[in-house]
Design a protein around this ligand. Structure first.
Ligand code: APR
Length: 240
């Protein structure tokens, strides 16, 4: 029934795994002003504060046994079925899609588990916290690694590939994202323009300004497995 599916995920798909979202009640941006911890200017002004912010979120991922939930696993099942051409892009910087079994995905906002050389842009898996002693091995003199996270004002990763996938898809599904941040928030417009079916999966009720054709309200851990089962069974998902 469906051939080429683009799926965009946001913080809401990881919420039930115990990872804070950004804009829900008690979200990350309530306790950490964006300009302080998610902008190049904030990093330049106080690198230690920014490193502590990302080190704390990385430590939570590796220490607190945060695991993938049924929504992550369902998307991995869809990938492994090879019944559809799936392009999975996430705004999340956690590693829960990988823990859930996904192997092909694009982290358009970067990854908590990696540091980046500010000079060569080469990325390195983090084996220790970011800080003055955590330096690259690609430059002389070695450069202190920065978080491999796309900050506000910086260009997200893989935009060419994302636009190509969107321009050829017949289904676009967004899961657990508030649609607050561009360019991701504009993906649905591209999908609608190319005549794709567009479905939004979110805990919150449909937003009247929402551009998605259909809205599956509920928890990602419940709605995403149902969505994937319908796709694999060749059933229509063109309904609320
Ligand atoms: N199931 C489904 N959706 C959920 C769940 C859940 N269990 N819990 C929360 N949500 C929804 C919320 O209703 C909200 O629409 O997930 C969304 C989370 O929105 P945000 O916190 O804004 O996260 P996100 O959309 O991923 O933010 C986008 O903004 O700050 C930047 O770089 C950051 O990647 C992030 C981007």
């Amino acid at each position: 029934m469906y051939q080429r599916i683009v799926i965009l995920t946001g913080a809401g798909i990881s919420a039930e795994s115990g990872v804070k979202t950004f804009r829900d009640e008690d979200g990350l941006w309530e306790s950490h002003p964006i300009e302080d911890v998610a902008t190049p200017e904030g990093y330049a002004a106080n690198p230690t504060l920014v490193e502590d912010f990302y080190n704390a979120r990385w430590q939570q991922l590796i220490n607190e046994g945060i695991s993938a939930n049924a929504a992550h696993v369902a998307l991995a099942t869809l990938e492994q079925s090879q019944q559809v051409e799936l392009f999975l892009v996430t705004q999340n910087i956690d590693n829960l899609h990988e823990k859930g079994g996904s192997r092909k995905l694009l982290h358009m906002h970067g990854e908590l588990s990696k540091g980046r050389c500010p000079r060569s842009q080469q990325t390195f898996m983090l084996t220790e916290a970011l800080g003055p002693d955590n330096v690259c091995t690609c430059c002389i003199p070695a450069q202190k690694l920065r978080p491999h996270v796309v900050w506000f004002g910086e260009m997200p990763i893989g935009m060419d590939k994302i636009h190509q996938a969107l321009s050829q898809c017949d289904v676009f599904i967004a899961i657990g994202t508030s649609g607050s941040v561009y360019p991701a928030a504009g993906f649905v417009d591209i999908a609608n323009q190319v005549g794709a079916l567009t479905v939004n999966v979110n805990l919150a009720p449909r937003d009247p300004h929402c551009q998605f054709q259909y809205h599956w309200q509920g928890k990602a851990s419940e709605r995403v497995p149902a969505l994937v089962n319908a796709i694999l069974a060749g059933q229509s998902i063109a309904h609320d």
